[in-house]
Design a protein around this ligand. Structure first.
Ligand SMILES: CC(C)(COP(=O)(O)OP(=O)(O)OC[C@H]1O[C@@H](n2cnc3c(N)ncnc32)[C@H](O)[C@@H]1OP(=O)(O)O)[C@@H](O)C(=O)NCCC(=O)NCCS
Length: 170
């Protein structure tokens, strides 16, 4: 399988926050944002793998800023790293100022998807070659995030998480 670049999977979704999608403070409901991010990230994983993809884990979500009713929200998702059958997708959420049009970062998240065949069996995906400094930084951190996710899921022994351990000992 030929390697791909993060830009091959980049997915951009722009939408508005409508009534019915907010909490009692009239800010975007967290679960609604999780669903929107999952959708964008799933498309990115599918663009990379050209396979059916399923969400394996949500590794990190930071709701740093509230997103008020009426906001225009842009979700950008692209692959930071592909392993054998799993893919880490990095998601940046931007808000647009309604008067100036200026964009500011509202939230970010990291999801893991697995490519599967029609029977749900994990199947191999192309590797990824990062190009920009940001892509390289995200690519470099992906293995320790994968190990942390597997340890938390009880699928890897902490002692086997070598990359993760190195973070604390270096
Ligand atoms: C995700 C799923 C396919 C993994 O199946 P599995 O039997 O654990 O398969 P494997 O052990 O072969 O793991 C497959 C890959 O997923 C990765 N993986 C599994 N669980 C993971 C987790 N919690 N975090 C990060 N990666 C994970 C493995 O490391 C492996 O990656 P690699 O091949 O790139 O090294 C399976 O658990 C599943 O179908 N889950 C339901 C998915 C779903 O329905 N999502 C929507 C939720 S509503």
């Amino acid at each position: 399988m030929a390697p791909k670049n993060p830009k091959d999977s980049k997915t951009v979704m722009t939408d508005m926050v409508l009534p019915g999608e907010t909490n009692p403070l009239n800010n975007l409901f967290g679960g609604e944002l999780l669903a929107r991010m999952d959708r964008a990230a799933s498309i990115a994983a599918r663009r990379h793998s050209r396979r059916i993809t399923v969400t394996a884990s949500v590794n990190h979500v930071a709701f740093n800023r509230n997103v008020p009713l009426g906001s225009v929200v842009t979700i950008e998702a692209s692959l930071s790293r592909a392993f054998r059958t799993s893919m880490e997708v990095y998601i940046d959420v931007w808000m647009e100022d309604r008067f100036t049009g200026e964009r500011s970062k509202a939230n970010e998240a990291i999801y893991t998807f697995v490519a599967v065949d029609e029977t749900g069996k994990p199947t191999e995906v192309p590797e990824i070659v990062p190009e920009t400094d940001l892509e390289k930084e995200r690519h470099a951190g992906a293995l320790r995030r994968k190990q942390l996710s597997l340890v938390l899921a009880g699928k890897m022994k902490p002692g086997e998480a070598t990359e993760l351990k190195a973070l604390f000992t270096s």
